[in-house]
Ligand binder design. Sequence first.
Ligand code: IMP
Length: 236
Amino acid sequence: MTNDRGQKEGGSDGAANHLCCLSSIVHRHVSGRLVIATHNPGKLAEMRELLAPYGIDAISAGELSLKEPEETGMTFAANARIKAQAAANSTGQPAFADDSGLAVDALDGAPGIYSARWAGPDKNFSRAMETIEQNLFERGAGTPQQRKAHFVSALCVAWPDGHLEEFEACVDGTLVWPPRGDNGFGYDPMFLPDGQTRTFGEMGSEEKHGLPPRGKGLSHRARAFLKLAEACLDRP
Ligand code: IMP
């Protein structure tokens, strides 16, 4: 797993550089066709957009009529692995999955891996945001400091032979009420990333992801994706 700590370990001392080189040798390159193991149209659009500059031919689990596996993992990384492995095994091709969600400090990390479920079977995120707001109200979390939250994204590329590439990243922010903006999906209108004046719901996708050459990665998914790109993709 490549995480923030792991990246910083590739510093200037000799041993760390040596480890860094070794780990880049064992990463497996992604090229050609990649199955995107999601049935979430919002995520699919974002993943396609992220992969487009790298010449990846992305086809979605929905387009291939793949069954959605049960997400039985207890972490984002475990659930990303379940989805990527299920798609790789049933298609015989490398598959890419994201598991992500919103973790709210004052709610002990909820909704976390259950972020999609809080929207119910009809995927009503207005109601899910109201549920979060109600919970924050009940806990007396009124100030921005008490309303800290993080979006987390775990990415996994799985191959049919069992090889895995896994990356994780997050973005810190504050929850605002009422929600602001109609862009993006899920909890975007409630999430104000640190250092920004607009919620993800008020940003276009270019601004939300903040990708190079103009940015260094803003959204959780873009940050995790940049780690994956660095390790496994051809430069655009
Ligand atoms: P899953 O990863 O498909 O299990 O679901 C993750 C859920 O977390 C989504 O349905 C959204 O509700 C929420 N989520 C994940 N990433 C984002 C994001 O970038 N913006 C808004 N909501 C998100």
